[in-house]
Each structure stands twice: as structure tokens, then as C-alpha cells.
Design a protein around this ligand. Structure first.
Ligand code: ATP
Length: 515
């Protein structure tokens, strides 16, 4: 665990040192849980968004995009249930004065029991060797079974308390489980209270309740209120989807995990409108399709897992998270929710407008059901970096070994695709040639020109920001118009002619590699 904490710290300081992420308003000591993306960060973030948009909109004839306003009519949030129910349960420890999410404390307790189960499994695996059957062990070993039963009982009670908004029972559960504050080590808890996560502000000069509007806590509602506008103008037939990328705001109770949980963040959401009754079919389709999207980036199967929701949100009839193995454990990266007709039906009721779809096949009008895929762009950024960050030793030119930090980001989304490096800077013909190559490549790629320091140090700098290819211009280049292209991961160097560079880099860094 200490090692993992260490990795998380290394990633966040690497982000700062190499211009990926800065704390917001840092010169004023920062603003908690808000961050700014630096020069390399914005490139990587834009590429993640492009990958999502290409996969969802460009590659699906029946998915189109919108870009709705952040401010929406306040009734939107009444209809969506956010005014009444977008709450998190909070609790304070009276000794440490630290605030927690009550549900997170209980989840943390469950994780500890899960770890005990995993320990038993690892021990047994060692003991039984090749003949070990994990499934059989988990369903028959008395200690594992007892722990699993404990987890099920906690989950069931916790889910009920969440659904019924029973804060007293949540506190009772925390006390009965003997959960202590990680800082003070005591069980001196306040009551659990519901806390609404929406930020509000005033519209124009109108003050008081009548001018109160919200900063959207999710992008989804901008899609729902535009459902018929989009359907009619694009003449889409069910099933079809509307996708959107944009900012969302939540006044999170606890936000201590870098860009994992921010108060201002970006979501990439797609609402897929379907015929009622077909939701499970589409739920399974999107569950698989979205996992494939993650795996295509080179993320491993064991870094990702599904987690079915125990307590369903007020709008859902099925829901799961795709969790990623962050340095601080498996946590939600993306949500797949079957939202039924909750949102459209509710907007129909509150707006008094007909939001039904006329089905030309059945000649019926009905409110469509909705399948949602929702992923945080910033969390995805953190997942990409957690996977990519690597410390390793590589051979140097003198026959020894060098330590390097390299970001093994998939070339298609790497911030800088190619760096152009003249081997020496005091030879004008070489610099001129290198500049000419750079000036040509920059039309098609995000690239960098670097002539400062020895070539080894320049490679290290490019490794640290994840540049997949470096082009080196040397003395041979001046003779035969060839250069070397170095692969970030294999370190292999190949000689190619200047006229080929653009084509080679385009092929190696194309988004096509991801599909
Ligand atoms: P959590 O349980 O972690 O609070 P959530 O279930 O409330 O998340 P959703 O409402 O399903 O999250 O939002 C969809 C996605 O938006 C999440 O999967 C996550 O990637 C992202 N997201 C949600 N809240 C935040 C946040 N505060 N900071 C960054 N990303 C977020």
C-alpha cells in the first residue's frame, strides 16, 4: 500500500514538473479540488476527448453530438431529481474535525474484508499449486464464506439505508461496525447528514430564490431537454444516441485525491434512446463496447473490472461501474446506467411539453427509455497516467545503464507525437535541415523541436512526456537525406528517408490503431 501511495505521489508531482497539471490559482495557495491543465496536459486531455468522440459519434451513424449550455432553467433540476435527491451522506469526526462521506467509510470497511478474502485465496493458491480451483475454494472455504456473508449483510443494510435516506441507520451501522476515523483513531462521530452537491448562483440582477440557478452537476440533462430538437432535425429513428462533452460541477464533501474527485470537472456522456423493453439488450451491448474502448488503449484486463451497483439511483433499473485499478485501489471510472423513461417522462410532466417519440414501425407514440454511458474525462486522464507511468533502466551510449521515467501512453493519444532533434546545434546545415523537417511535420502533428543538451538528456525529456517517436538528424542526414526514428518503448532506432517521416509517423500514431 505504501508503495502504491508513493506511486500516486510520484504521478502527481510528475504532472506538475512536466506541465500536465497545476493546482488552480497556485500563487494564492490554490483552491481545493480544482486543477488547471498545462501545455502537455491540455494536449493529452484533448486527445482523450477526441478518442471518445471518434468512437461514439464518428463511428456510429446513429449517434450525434450536442454542446449544451452549463446554465439551464432551474426547473430542469427539479424534474431531474437533483434538487431533492442529489445528496451525499456526510459525517464528521469530533476529535480530528475531519469530514467524511459516510458511504465511503462503509465501503472502506468492506474493502478490508475483501482483502482478508484475497489473502486466504493467495495462501491457498500457494499451498495447492496447479490443482487450485479458485471458484471452488471461494464457495466452500468456511472462513471465506463467513467473510462473504458479512459483506453481503453490510451491503444489504447499507443499500437500504441509502435508498430510504435513513441517515440514523447509516450512523448506527458505522458505530456497530466499530469504524474509526483514520486520523484520530476514535469513534467519536457526529450524526450523518445529507448534503446537496449542487452549486448555485444568481441569474442577472434578480436576487433571492426566484433568480437562483445551478451550475450543472451532470451534462446529461442538456441532452434530455434537447431530445426532440435533435431527433427532429437529424431525422434519427430509435435506437439513436446523443453525445456531449462538457464541464460539470459538484460541491464534493471530500476531495483529496488529486484529479480523481474535483469540484469542477469534465464529463463525456452519451444517452442512447431506445424502445422500452429493450434496455437489458442495450445495457449489455454498451457494457461490453465501453470496456473494449478502454482495453484498446493497452489497459490490461486486470486493471479494469465491472462493479454492479448495490443501491440503484432513483432513475435507474440497472447500473454498473467500470472500475479502474488506480494507485489507491479499484475505483469508478465510468458508469453505465439504464435510466428507464425517468428523465424524459419527468421533463414532460414539469414542462407540460410532449416529449414522446412517434415510432413509424409500430405507429405508436411513447416516451423512449434511455441507456447512459458516462465517463469523467479527468478520471480517464488519471487512469491513462497511472497505466503509463513507468520507472525503468535502459542501456546508455557508454555501455552502462540509465534510469528513466517514461510515460507509455498509447501513441494515438500521446500529447506530442514526434520530436525533432539535431544531434549537434553548432552545425548550421544540420540545424537548418532539422528545422525544415520540424516545420513540415507541424502541419500534421503536435511536435517539438529540441536542440539543447546532449541527445541522451533530450530523449529522457521526451520519454517523460510520453513522446512515442524521436527523429534524430545527424551527419549522415546531410549526405543522404535519411534520419533515425526512435521508438519510445522498444528504444529501437530505424533509418528512414526524410520523405517517409510524415507517412510513418501518421501510420504509427493514427486513431485507426485503436479501432
Ligand atoms: P462517485 O461515486 O465517485 O462520486 P458518481 O457515481 O457520483 O461518482 P456519476 O454521477 O455516475 O459519478 O458520474 C459519471 C462519471 O463522472 C464518473 O464515473 C466519474 O468518472 C465522473 N465524476 C463524477 N464525479 C466526479 C468528480 N467529482 N471529479 C471527477 N470526475 C467525476
Amino acid at each position: 500500500m505504501a508503495q502504491q501511495d508513493d506511486l500516486f505521489k510520484k504521478i502527481s508531482s510528475h504532472c506538475k514538473e512536466y506541465g500536465f497539471i497545476f493546482q488552480s490559482s497556485e500563487i494564492y495557495d490554490g483552491l481545493s479540488a480544482t486543477y488547471d491543465y498545462g501545455p502537455n496536459g491540455v494536449l493529452l486531455k484533448n486527445n482523450i476527448k477526441k478518442y471518445w468522440w471518434t468512437a461514439m459519434v464518428q463511428m456510429h451513424e446513429n449517434i450525434v453530438g450536442v454542446d449544451a449550455a452549463i446554465f439551464m432553467h432551474p426547473t430542469t433540476w427539479k424534474a431531474s431529481g437533483h434538487v431533492d435527491a442529489f445528496n451525499d451522506p456526510m459525517i464528521d469526526n469530533k476529535d480530528s474535525k475531519k469530514r467524511y462521506r459516510a458511504d465511503h467509510l462503509i465501503e472502506g470497511y468492506i474493502e478490508k474484508i475483501e482483502k482478508k478474502i484475497n489473502k486466504e485465496v493467495t495462501k491457498a493458491k500457494k499451498r495447492f499449486g496447479d490443482s487450485f480451483d479458485e471458484e471452488q475454494f471461494k464457495t466452500t472455504n468456511p472462513r471465506v464464506l463467513a467473510n462473504q456473508e458479512k459483506i453481503n449483510a453490510i451491503n444489504e443494510r447499507f443499500a437500504k439505508a441509502m435508498t430510504d435516506s435513513d441517515m440514523d441507520d447509516m450512523k448506527a451501522q458505522i458505530e456497530e461496525l466499530g469504524i474509526v476515523c483514520p486520523v484520530s483513531g476514535t469513534k467519536n462521530w457526529t450524526d450523518v447528514r445529507q448534503f446537496n452537491l449542487m452549486f448555485s448562483t444568481q441569474l442577472g440582477a434578480v436576487s433571492g430564490e426566484s433568480g437562483k440557478i445551478y451550475l450543472r452537476p451532470e451534462t446529461a440533462q442538456g441532452i434530455f431537454v434537447n431530445f426532440l430538437n435533435v431527433q427532429k432535425t437529424t431525422r434519427q429513428k430509435l435506437p439513436f444516441g446523443i453525445a456531449q462533452i462538457g464541464k460539470a460541477f459538484r460541491n464534493e464533501i471530500v476531495a483529496r485525491q488529486f484529479i480523481f474527485r474535483m469540484r469542477e470537472f469534465e464529463q463525456m456522456e452519451m444517452q442512447f434512446f431506445i424502445k422500452p423493453g429493450t434496455q437489458m439488450e442495450w445495457y449489455n451491448y454498451w457494457k461490453e463496447t465501453r470496456l473494449k474502448w478502454h482495453l484498446a488503449l493497452g489497459h490490461q484486463q486486470d486493471e479494469l473490472r465491472y462493479h454492479d451497483h448495490e443501491a440503484l439511483a432513483h432513475y435507474a433499473d440497472a447500473a454498473l461501474d467500470i472500475e479502474f485499478k488506480f494507485p489507491f485501489g479499484f475505483k469508478e471510472l465510468e458508469g453505465i446506467h439504464s435510466r428507464t423513461d425517468f428523465d424524459l417522462a419527468s421533463h414532460e410532466k414539469y414542462s407540460g411539453k410532449n416529449l414522446k417519440y412517434f415510432d413509424p414501425e409500430t405507429q405508436e407514440s411513447y416516451v423512449p427509455y434511455v441507456l447512459e454511458t458516462s465517463i469523467g474525462c479527468d478520471r480517464m486522464f488519471l487512469a491513462v497516467l497511472s497505466h503509463a507511468y513507468t520507472e525503468e533502466e535502459v542501456p546508455n551510449a557508454k555501455g552502462g545503464m540509465d534510469k528513466r521515467v517514461v510515460l507509455k501512453i498509447h501513441p494515438a493519444i500521446a500529447p506530442i507525437k514526434v520530436a525533432v532533434l539535431p544531434i549537434v546545434k553548432n552545425k548550421p546545415e544540420m540545424v537548418e535541415k532539422a528545422r525544415a523537417i520540424f516545420n513540415d511535420l507541424r502541419f500534421d502533428f503536435d511536435c517539438q523541436y529540441d536542440e539543447k543538451d546532449g541527445i541522451g538528456r533530450r530523449y529522457r525529456r521526451q520519454d517523460a512526456i510520453g513522446t512515442p517517436y524521436c527523429i534524430t538528424i545527424d551527419f549522415d542526414t546531410l549526405e543522404d537525406d535519411t534520419v533515425t526514428i526512435r521508438d519510445r518503448d522498444t528504444l529501437a532506432q530505424e533509418r528512414i528517408s526524410i520523405s517517409e517521416i510524415s507517412k510513418v509517423v501518421a501510420e504509427k500514431t493514427s486513431m485507426r490503431q485503436l479501432f
